[in-house]
Design a protein around this ligand. Structure first.
Ligand SMILES: Nc1ncnc2c1ncn2[C@@H]1O[C@H](COP(=O)(O)OP(=O)(O)O)[C@@H](O)[C@H]1O
Ligand SMILES: [Mg+2]
Length: 260
């Protein structure tokens, strides 16, 4: 199977403030993993372990690292590879309507907005946003804002989706509904997804595979294959196998020292 993301021995140090000793802050250390075409992989790790930094490196937004990244077979240092990237914050523009926020990627690549508007109608429906096209972000519910941000991400050019804790700010019930919804959309459209989370249940429920990271400097300490069939159903969280996966992940997390 084709590998969409290959990370080899990646390390990264942020330069600290000038008054510091100059050694900087080691954020990532010797990170290696691969993500296959159409795979849904979660990256699970404690807060501050470098998950968002890792996504920024893969998206080509930071160049100052050691090791190698290959995205769709190319090195993002040498060639800009389009990628669908959703930041930890939804980053919807408050002065734009939901629809014009969603259409932003098309506007940026100077596409035909009228045509896109027609074409994305079924997606607006599928993302549960119909009837709210002219609402401003502040007039939408939290779940709706996240779905609008996800649809905008989906409309970016790119075969790989990088999602940075898209549901972390939602209440538990909305988060569960969003997970159910995301997994049904993904099972239909299938893109390669790298999904950052610090929620173990969320990672198991959604993923084909969970990569567990240590505390900072973050490194991948284990990979757990989640062999539940698809479509995924909510009840699977009650299955004994779910608890076994959870225990395996907790053991991997527990082996590392928390850096609080
Ligand atoms: N631009 C930056 N400059 C210096 N340090 C940073 C910068 N961005 C993040 N950090 C530090 O790097 C560490 C990892 O951050 P981050 O990648 O956001 O972690 P996570 O997403 O896993 O919570 C944190 O300790 C954070 O304070
Ligand atoms: Mg983060």
């Amino acid at each position: 199977m084709e590998k969409k993301i290959i990370i080899s021995n990646l390390s990264m140090v942020y330069t600290g403030p000038e008054e510091d000793d100059g050694s900087g802050l080691g954020v990532l250390s010797g990170v290696s993993f691969e993500v296959y075409d159409n795979e849904f992989v979660s990256l699970l790790g404690p807060s501050g372990c470098g998950k968002s930094t890792l996504l920024r490196l893969i998206a080509g937004l930071e160049q100052d690292y050691e090791g190698e990244i290959l995205l769709c077979g190319e090195n993002p240092r040498h060639k800009r590879i389009p990628v669908c990237y959703m930041l930890q914050k939804d980053c919807l523009m408050p002065w734009r309507t939901m629809l014009s926020n969603v259409l932003l990627p098309i506007e940026i690549r100077k596409g035909d907005l009228e045509k896109a508007c027609e074409e994305i109608k079924p997606l607006i429906q599928e993302f549960g946003l119909q009837g709210f096209e002219n609402y401003k972000p502040r007039q939408l519910s939290g779940g709706m804002r996240q779905r609008a941000a996800l649809l905008r991400t989906y409309l970016m050019d790119g075969e790989v989706m990088l999602l940075d804790e898209p549901f972390a700010a939602l209440d538990e019930i909305t988060r569960m509904q969003m997970q159910d919804w995301l997994i049904s959309v993904w099972e239909k459209h299938r893109k390669t997804v790298l999904f950052v989370t610090h929620d173990i249940d969320e990672a198991i429920f959604l993923s084909d595979r969970v990569l567990v990271m240590s505390g900072r400097p973050g490194t991948v300490t284990g990979s757990v294959q989640i062999d539940f069939g698809r479509p995924r159903v909510r009840d699977m969280i009650l299955a004994p196998r779910f608890s076994e996966y959870k225990k395996e992940i907790l053991d991997l997390l527990g082996r590392t020292k928390a850096d609080l």
